[in-house]
Design a protein around this ligand. Structure first.
Ligand code: ADP
Ligand code: MG
Length: 701
């Protein structure tokens, strides 16, 4: 059957009426034959095994038992009634229970006749029971198809309530294979099939739904996972190639006075090897004729700012303006003052643009941007506004990328006829697997080395009832002249409660650390931005000892004298957030500490997070644990999670297949960028179909 016919609406399938079609669409997103075929089982149940009742264990989920019903009764309960059957084999008895459809069952069940039952068992009051078992007369069971591994399809509560059970889905699948004769056109090229020894589409699809044996099932899974990942990589890489070919960038050919002067006279330290390597990679991009789209990953404190500055100077040497965007006003301000300080008295015109810049100042900035007087603009989202026009924007740097949406990234593009070079900087290390998929269309550089002389941060987990000890420790640190952060969680859904916690916490800190001996700052999202700035500035200048805050300080803030980070209700933070927060200390020469405060009640996932934080400072290791705990969708936030709805592959577990897929996609596109060669016909057609029917992630960047 060719791929066009597979676009037949699912209502045409025998057994699917308008109601079911509607349900399949809304619950599982199945609209066509193709969609149904691509509904891959989550797992398989071994139906070759039969249990004896005395072999049941408390946690056996899907079991198959041969036996008979010896007794049937209706039991009244608070709401409605339930039907209970006593089911026995020669080793014991269990109860079968129905809450729905009792009349039909009562009329049709036969007593004292052998059945094969199948289902999930519960252990209750010293007895096993099985609610709503699947039942089949043993005589019928023995005539039926010998399915050795029964697929279990994804389902929803609504589907099973409306009677679209796993068995119904299986039947529909059989019907689909009957109608299409189970013949599907090949979607991979002969070359790939040959080199990877893959089974054909037809064989794979058959065995994924009706596995003949374990071996063929494994081969079917491998092939389908490969195929899924391959087409994603094909899309990502071809986008990248198209962009490199079609989208011209400004070549930054000269390394001129700005760059050299800064390097020779102003650079306050020696660059780390990793910083040098990354600058080299970026310079190679900028020197080519294509637009740069690069992701710069570097753990907190690895020194991304200086890299950003040096390439902005390179832009300036070539007569171009740059902008540096940060996700918060605090961070933008910090970048601005940091850059100004680094630049010393160099003749570089730099300005900051945020929501709180006065209208009159803003006007000047707009003018200077347009007439080219301004060389570097630092700012927040405000930079993206339509009114902000550059004379010749050559480079845009986005710090802490995942807080900006993809759409915003593309807005920057439209500030020029020729798009500026784009460098996205992130301090949240993204595991390689994920980076390859999410940012497969970007080039990636990594700063994998911290500046010398950093002491690693000591991290401990303390329970709330040890707070007094913690306070004593804080007083010692303050005595030494150090500063302290205390951070409270703040999540959208429970804002009011969280603010209460924050204010309660603040008050108890004030009581414990009273004036005039101690000065405490507080910063949170509900404050006016000038008040925030004021409090923040006091802390930066060392006028206050303690900064109590919500996660607004999470990113980027740099106060080298701060040596303690206390995270309250640490169990409520995700790993990457905790790691970000910890990165706020350990920026100076002194030993720094991160103290994770929690109550005693912790989920096992929360324990793992805390243990991981205590065990390691390595952002990449933390990111890997995070990926395992949360899965790729959650990890990247809802905004991007849609991109990670894979049908069969798993970005974590199928890492090796992903690498293989990427390797082949790259090889093929290098040789045949437009998939024009005859041998790539199957790829060309499949790719076109996927794009047309939106069966592939839709990337914009
Ligand atoms: P991040 O990558 O988190 O943005 P920053 O750029 O803020 O890190 O750098 C963190 C701190 O390390 C800053 O105080 C910066 O001046 C300092 N730093 C950066 N690079 C070096 C280096 N090569 N040697 C010494 N200190 C450095
Ligand atoms: Mg930074």
């Amino acid at each position: 059957m060719n791929s066009n016919t597979l676009q037949t609406p699912i209502t045409y399938l025998k057994g699917v009426g308008p109601n079911r079609a509607q349900l399949l669409q809304s619950e599982l997103g199945i609209a066509t034959y193709q969609d149904l075929i691509n509904l891959f089982p989550n797992r398989y149940i071994d139906k070759t095994q039969y249990y004896k009742i005395n072999q049941l264990e408390r946690n056996t989920s899907d079991v198959q038992i041969i036996g008979k019903i010896v007794h049937l009764k209706t039991v009244e309960q608070k709401k409605g009634k339930r039907l209970v059957a006593t089911f026995i084999d020669d080793t014991g008895e269990i109860e079968l229970v129905w809450f729905r459809g009792q009349k039909w069952i009562r009329e049709n069940l036969q007593i004292n006749v052998p059945y094969v039952i199948f289902g999930r068992t519960n252990w209750f009051n010293g007895k096993f029971s099985m609610p709503h078992p699947e039942m089949e007369l043993q005589s019928v069971h023995e005539q039926g198809l010998r399915i050795t591994m029964q697929p279990v399809y994804p389902s929803t509560e609504k589907l099973s309530n409306k009677g679209v059970t796993n068995r119904v889905i299986s039947t529909l699948m059989q019907q689909l294979f009957a109608e299409t004769q189970g013949l599907f056109s090949e979607t991979l090229s002969p070359e790939i099939l040959e080199r990877l020894k893959l089974i054909t589409s037809t064989e794979a699809l058959f065995n994924i739904h009706f596995p003949k044996n374990q071996h063929l099932l494994a081969r079917a899974q491998f092939r389908l996972k490969f195929e899924e990942l391959f087409y994603i990589q094909l899309q990502l890489i071809s986008k990248k190639l198209v962009r490199k070919q079609k989208i011209k960038g400004f070549p930054f050919e000269t390394v001129g006075d700005y760059f050299n002067t800064f390097y020779k006279e102003y650079l306050p330290f020696q660059l780390t090897g990793a910083q040098q390597k990354v600058i080299k990679e970026i310079r190679a991009d900028l020197g080519s004729n294509a637009q740069m789209n690069r992701l710069l990953q570097g753990d907190v404190g690895s020194g991304k700012t200086i890299v950003a500055l040096m390439i902005m100077l390179l832009a300036l040497d070539n007569g171009f303006q740059s902008c540096l965007m940060a996700p918060t006003e605090i961070l933008a301000n910090q970048h601005y003052s940091g850059l100004k300080e680094l630049l010393g008295n160099m003749n570089v015109n730099i300005a900051i643009l945020t929501g709180s810049v006065k209208k009159s100042d803003r006007k000047i900035i707009h003018e200077q941007l347009e007439n080219g007087e301004l060389n570097i603009l630092v700012g927040t989202h405000a930079v993206l506004e339509h009114k902000v026009q550059f004379k010749n924007l050559g480079l845009a740097i986005i710090d802490e990328q995942h807080r900006f949406g993809v759409a915003q990234r593309s807005k920057l593009w439209h500030k020029n006829e020729i798009p500026p070079h784009i460098l996205v900087m992130t301090a949240t290390p993204i595991p390689r697997t994920l980076a390859m998929s999410l940012y497969g269309d970007l080039d990636i550089s990594v700063i994998d080395e911290l500046p010398p002389g950093r002491k690693s941060i000591k991290t401990v987990h303390r329970y709330d009832n040890n707070r007094l000890k913690v306070f004593r420790f804080l007083k010692d640190e303050i005595k030494k002249g150090r500063q302290i952060y205390v951070v409270y969680p703040l999540i959208q859904e429970s804002q009011a409660l969280d603010y209460k916690d924050l204010m309660d916490g603040y008050e108890s800190m004030v009581r414990e650390f009273p004036l005039p001996d101690y000065q405490i700052s507080i910063v949170h999202g509900k404050m006016k931005s000038e008040d925030k700035e004021y409090e923040m500035a006091r802390f930066v200048k060392g006028e206050t000892n303690i900064m109590v805050a919500t996660t607004v300080i999470e990113v980027g803030v740099d106060v080298p004298n701060a040596t303690v980070m206390i995270v309250e209700s640490a169990e409520r933070f995700g790993l990457s957030q905790l790691h970000q927060l910890r990165g706020r200390v350990g920026r100076g020469a002194d030993q720094s500490y991160c103290i994770l405060m929690t109550g005693h009640k912790l989920s096992s996932e929360a324990k793992t997070r805390l243990e991981t934080m205590v065990r390691t400072n390595d952002g990449f290791e933390i990111a890997e644990v995070d990926l395992r705990l949360r899965g790729p969708g959650d990890l990247m936030g809802t905004q991007q999670s849609g991109l990670l709805n894979l049908k069969i592959a798993d970005l974590v577990k199928d890492n090796d297949i992903l690498k293989t897929a990427r390797f082949y996609a790259l090889q093929i596109l290098k040789e045949d960028p437009g998939l024009q060669l005859e041998k790539n016909g199957a790829l060309r057609n499949t790719y076109a179909q996927l794009i047309k029917h939106k069966n592939i992630w839709n990337y914009i960047s």
